[in-house]
Design a protein around this ligand. Structure first.
Ligand code: GDG
Length: 487
């Protein structure tokens, strides 16, 4: 059996794991945060890997300047960061267009938000070809290529024309929709056909994988899929590949340790004091219509209507992190959220108590962890979500086991956390209002019991477990038939 990752790892994602700041001639770079970078960095360092991705700016004038600052950043991280440069037009058509106005809404079951523009599709192909050129320049045949997410679905097919035989695995971070939704996509066969060009496909949950298999069967009626242990073997369009589900997770220990640090405990106390030691409910989301922020605010209003005795005792803190501000749907969502917050506050504010505290900003990590810890209840009410890491982070930040998680049944996280969290249907406002009530009234015993179990599971199934299980399951498939002597 092939040793788990006996070859070099090449990660390809839409964005590099660094944040580029400044302007031509004055660039600076800071490392990105997040579990994925933390989990992959040691592997990339040990094997001298590569990470290929877009730098996040459409400034193509000062490419040499950007490359100059990436050099030291590569040295600091211990693996090479290789940039892909996109023009303004490519960002508009490929990133804002095909990725965020077609795949993103469609894969979250919101097909009415899609703009099926043929120009978007063409740009999607062209940019993937651009990524493919960078990959082909730097990757070697014996490498293990791990391609991430919906921006890069066609990448494996675009590497195929080259005489260099590259072997790729793919992980989809967002959900895969049911066939009756997916089949609305004008380029449905091309996209599923492109996924078949990978040797290994990974989804967040078994539900996503099954949805993919439904569309596969509809579009490639001769295809066959059958179970092989935890995986599926797929024979379709002249290819054989394997597919499985691998729920992504967080660096549990890092959050847990930070939550117990002196600085964060002090900040937690300060937050609680500022809110007069009332019960804090918390929402933390990127600005996105899939996160169900409006529905959550409506449910909170209904809770205040139905339970007048709770007024003045409970505060909802809603942190919204700016995101995709160049896409119209996101700008109007921000306005709608702000209007609804003002309406709720206008209706219920009393002297010394404001029901909704709305923060539109990104906090630093200790600030975020303190907020998680200060809150008694987290409201994760996505209309649909690949996983939702906020749900896991909230639990990791409660070493005292005293938090309650209200969780959408349509978040991937519900598969692992659904028994102990209070599951809700985010479209059912009254059901959510009742779940909020149950959460604020839950006895300490029950809270501790549920949170204790959630924490134990996330501790065990953390992001390192996720990377390890993905690589274990995929490396045999990806590197199959590869002559060992060449490794
Ligand atoms: C996609 C899928 C899937 C939030 N506010 C701040 C901050 N955050 C960080 C959180 C968390 C991350 O943002 C959000 O992750 P999610 O998983 O909730 O959502 P997406 O961004 O939509 O991610 C999702 C994920 O990919 C992984 O596969 O779970 O379903 O949609 O980590 O901590 N971080 C900081 N300040 C903030 O104010 N520093």
């Amino acid at each position: 059996m092939m040793n788990q990752l006996s070859s070099r790892l090449v990660v390809v994602s839409n964005r590099l794991p660094v944040v580029l700041e400044g302007k031509p001639g004055q660039w600076s770079i800071r490392p990105g945060s997040g579990g994925l970078v933390t989990a992959l960095s040691p592997i990339l360092r040990n094997r001298g890997g590569l990470w290929i991705g877009w730098v996040g700016t459409s400034d193509t004038i000062d490419i040499p300047g950007i490359k100059t600052v990436l050099g030291p950043a590569s040295e600091a991280s211990g693996y090479r960061l290789l940039p892909v440069f996109l023009s303004e037009e490519e960002v508009r058509l490929f990133y804002q267009g095909f990725s965020n106005e077609i795949i993103w809404p469609l894969f979250h079951d919101l097909q009415t938000r899609c703009r099926f523009e043929p120009d978007y599709w063409r740009a999607y192909g062209e940019v993937n070809r651009k990524f493919a050129r960078v990959v082909l320049r730097h990757a070697r045949e014996e490498d293990f290529l791990w391609i991430h997410d919906y921006h890069l679905i066609p990448l494996a097919s675009m590497l195929e024309d080259s005489p260099k035989q590259l072997r790729c695995a793919f992980f989809l971070h967002i959900p895969f929709p049911p066939a009756d939704i997916f089949l609305k996509l004008p380029w449905r066969k091309e996209l599923v056909g492109a996924l078949l060009r990978y040797r290994f496909l990974a989804f967040q949950t078994e539900r996503d994988l099954r949805h993919f298999l439904q569309s596969l069967k509809a579009l490639f009626p001769d295809s066959r899929a059958h179970r092989e242990g935890d995986l599926f073997r797929i024979d379709a369009d002249g290819r054989t590949l394997r597919a499985g589900s691998f729920p992504i997770s967080i660096d549990y220990r890092d959050f847990d340790t930070l939550a117990q640090s002196r600085d964060v405990r002090r900040r937690t106390r300060e937050i609680r004091e500022k809110h007069g030691h009332r019960k804090l409910l918390l929402g933390v989301d990127r600005l996105d219509y899939t996160k169900g922020i409006l529905e959550r605010l409506q449910a909170f209003r209904r809770f205040l209507e139905l339970h007048p005795e709770q007024r003045g005792k409970v505060t909802l803190v809603q942190l919204v992190v700016p995101s995709r501000q160049d896409v119209e749907a996101y700008r109007s969502l921000k306005e709608e959220i702000e209007k609804l917050v003002s309406r709720i506050n206008g209706a219920y504010t009393e002297m010394g108590w404001v029901p909704v505290v709305y923060l539109y900003q990104a906090l630093d990590r200790p600030g975020l962890v303190a907020l998680y810890q200060a809150a008694e209840v987290a409201l994760v009410t996505s209309l649909k979500d690949g996983m939702n890491l906020v749900a896991k982070e909230f639990c990791a930040c409660h070493p005292g086991r005293d938090g309650v998680l209200v969780l959408s049944e349509f978040a991937g996280a519900a598969v692992q956390m659904g028994r102990e969290a209070l599951l809700v249907n985010p479209y059912d406002l009254e059901g959510m209002a009742e779940a909020i009530h149950r959460a604020v009234e839950m006895s300490e015993d029950e809270r501790r019991r549920r949170m204790g179990r959630l924490r134990a599971r996330i501790r065990q199934q953390d992001v390192f477990w996720w990377v390890d299980s993905f690589l274990r399951a995929s490396s045999d498939q990806v590197l199959e038939n590869f002559p060992e002597a060449d490794l």
